[in-house]
Design a protein around this ligand. Sequence first.
Ligand code: UDP
Length: 335
Amino acid sequence: MEVLVTGGAGYIGSHVVRELMKTPYDIVVIDNLQKGHREAVLAGEFYRCDLADRQKLDEIFSDHDIGAVIHLAADSLVGESMENPQKYYQNNLTAGLNLLEIMLEHNVMKMVFSSTAAVYGSPDNIPIEESDTAKPASPYGRSKLFYEEILADFDNAYGLGFVSLRYFNACGADYEAGIGEDHDPETHLIPLVLKTALRQRDKLKIFGTDYKTRDGTCIRDYIHVSDLARAHILALEKLEEEGESSIYNLGSGDGFSVKEVIEAAREVTGREIEAEPAERRPGDPPVLIASSEKIRKELGWEREYKDLKNIIETAWRWHSSNPEGYGESKTGKEI
Ligand code: UDP
């Protein structure tokens, strides 16, 4: 069976492709390379294609015998979505709907969808369970929740099977395979901490030190990107067995504060990492920790990386051996 990965040149997508290489599935990747890197795609047939391009999508679906889609292509920054919601609704919803339409036309009825902890907003219960109310606090979170609801409607009406995976904080790298995190601009905590350790940045800003948490800084649930990626394979297998559509959290069940992450990175790198208190970042909830019991019980998902320092170590190996990320050729070529 051919599996189409949208957004397969991105950070998480490239790790999903890497995990798919360990399975018998054939891989087709599309990415518009706005954020993604061609070099990050280690296998499969690659198309530079935007989901807004219905004609090209249609051609790709005609040329391949696609059995399922893993849909990751999206914009994914909370802050940017507050300033430019139009972009988020356009790319995540309108373009995402094109994909669904083409899937229906070609009778491709299985999707694994990349969702987010941002659908929960500031949750009432910690750890968060899938049955807890989703009250997204940003256009980004809303775009993902709306898409999940669209999937549920398509399931009811057309029998489209889906598994939605709500990611918590993806981090780390499959550095042995030569892939890792390279965003421009980088906004995520762990890569920024490591870039500070590498002296590519002066100081890390700690966004808020007066939260009601154990040390005043925000607590997040950090999960290794390869563990996250493996969950997509389990989700595909579930869909192949004609299992029911479902939504799963993907996190570790553990939370670490910003200060704890910085301290762990100091230990891993053996370097000084200067950090200073700064204003809170709008839209940041104080604590986000997932219960991932549901996916453990139902799909047998287990984490391989259980120790934060271990996870940071994998990211450190990637960043220290690729200080410029994927480098100059990151925009890639039309293929
Ligand atoms: N953070 C920070 N300084 C930075 C970047 C992030 O203090 O330069 C904090 C951020 O406020 C949040 C946590 O680190 O509490 C994780 O942020 P990230 O952007 O990595 O992921 P998010 O939780 O927003 O998806």
